[in-house]
Write a protein that binds this ligand. Structure first.
Ligand code: MMA
Ligand code: CA
Length: 220
């Protein structure tokens, strides 16, 4: 009993602690909806551990029987404690990064810049390599958060928006139409010749050529 739970807890903790640093990393067994960095789901499930709501269950599985369908209470409690401690540590690390101006949190998004000015393709590549994408403000609050980084570096930044085939049709990187815009007066005016979008230091947007050097801001 002790050896099994110790092994499982060590495995979960090791995965959580090292996943971000590894080029490939499997999903976490027993957390069915959490994909690993290889894009695959973890092991289907450890029956009886997690209810649909995500809350921890007691020793018996959903069939009410002990045995293969369930996990011991002690293991549920230990896993619960691991998660509580990880959450606490993570929120303290986020506090340190925010304090040092390294990240900005807005809703569910985390924004960060490497301080580098590069063309659009290189900026997007850096963000994707780090597991994110180019900052893409989708409401006023997110636009203000991106703006705070633009102001921090006093540099215009490329956004995760591009002009589609039809001129004047700007879309998110994933191809979906925009649900929020902050165009500067008389923009966009490139008529198909300015396929990228930069944010000015007042937070407004300008369509702009993609081969200029603009600040890289990513979202995660
Ligand atoms: C530049 C260029 C355009 C922008 C206008 C605004 C002259 O072109 O930045 O993208 O729309 O300035 O005056
Ligand atoms: Ca323009």
């Amino acid at each position: 009993m002790l050896s099994y739970s110790s092994y499982l807890l060590t495995a979960v903790a090791a995965l959580l602690a090292t996943c971000h640093a590894l080029p490939k990393c499997p999903g976490i067994p027993g957390l069915p909806d959490v994909p690993g960095q290889d894009g695959l789901k973890g092991q289907p499930h450890l029956p009886g551990l997690i209810e649909p709501s995500g809350s921890l269950m007691g020793s018996a599985g959903r069939d009410g029987l002990p045995g293969p369908q369930g996990l011991p209470d002690s293991l549920d409690t230990e896993l619960h404690n691991v998660l509580v401690n990880l959450k606490h540590r993570l929120s303290r690390l986020e506090g340190v990064l925010a304090l040092n101006g390294k990240i900005k949190e807005v809703g569910e998004k985390i924004l960060a810049s490497n301080g580098k000015k590069v063309d659009f393709a290189s900026a997007l590549e850096s963000c994707e390599e780090a597991g994110g994408t180019l900052a893409t403000p989708m409401n006023e609050e997110e636009n203000k958060a991106v703006l705070s980084i633009v102001k921090q570096y006093n540099q215009y930044a490329y956004l995760g928006i591009k002009e589609g085939g039809t001129s004047g049709q700007f879309k998110y990187i994933n191809g979906t139409p925009l649900n929020y815009t902050k165009w500067h007066q008389y923009e966009p005016n490139g008529k198909g010749t300015e396929k990228c979008v930069e944010m000015y230091t007042d937070g407004s947007w300008n369509d702009k050529k993609c081969n200029l050097y603009r600040l890289t801001i990513c979202e995660f």
